[in-house]
Design a protein around this ligand. Structure first.
Ligand SMILES: [Fe+2]
Length: 181
């Protein structure tokens, strides 16, 4: 029997793992929702609340390559629009509220680029959001401290620093543009 909710959720993810598909996302989403039901009496969760780490790896799968991270964010923390390279990501909010915006990158007739905001969603405790390869989003912590889990299909640090596949955007004179790599 699984010892805690992280282990049972990871077990569930491993059992559905395969190429990216609607079924895979639905299966992983379900496991992340399950993870959010973990009682705070579980030691790992009590520790996260107590220590409030900005960034902590909870699990890394040596064979399949996926990673589960925990982040603590203070109210007002803003992460500007970015994609996740070839990876896909599921955010699950354990505590607090995070506003997540999505964007599309539109190429103008003159070859320049405009980032257009599609929508803004307030993600509350108990809720998850999925971002597929190519999706562009930003996050702003509205109520903190927020504790969020970030399940990433691959190591996004590698995707960013070694593969240079992650695109970040910066605002210049009110317009979002591609940031320096
Ligand atoms: Fe992200």
């Amino acid at each position: 029997m699984a010892k805690n909710t992280v282990e049972s959720s990871i077990g569930g993810i491993k059992s559905v793992w395969g190429p990216l598909s609607t079924e895979l996302i639905a299966g992983c989403r379900l496991q992340l929702e399950e993870l959010l039901t973990a009682p705070v009496t579980e030691e790992w969760l009590a520790e996260l609340h107590e220590e409030a780490p900005a960034n902590q790896e909870l699990y890394r799968d040596p064979a399949k390559g996926f990673v589960l991270l925990a982040h603590t964010e203070h109210a007002g923390l803003y992460r500007p629009p970015h994609d996740h390279g070839r990876g896909w990501v599921i955010y699950a909010i354990q505590q607090g509220e995070i506003e997540m915006g999505t964007y599309a990158r539109i190429e103008n007739p003159d070859g320049s680029m405009t980032l257009v905001k599609r929508n803004l969603t307030l993600v509350r405790a108990g809720q998850v959001q999925v971002y597929l390869p190519g999706d562009i989003h930003d996050t702003r912590c509205i109520s903190g401290p927020a504790l969020l889990f970030r399940f990433t299909e691959r190591d996004l640090k590698k995707e960013d620093k070694e593969e240079h596949r992650v695109t970040r955007y910066v605002e210049q004179h009110g317009i979002w543009t591609v940031g320096a790599p």
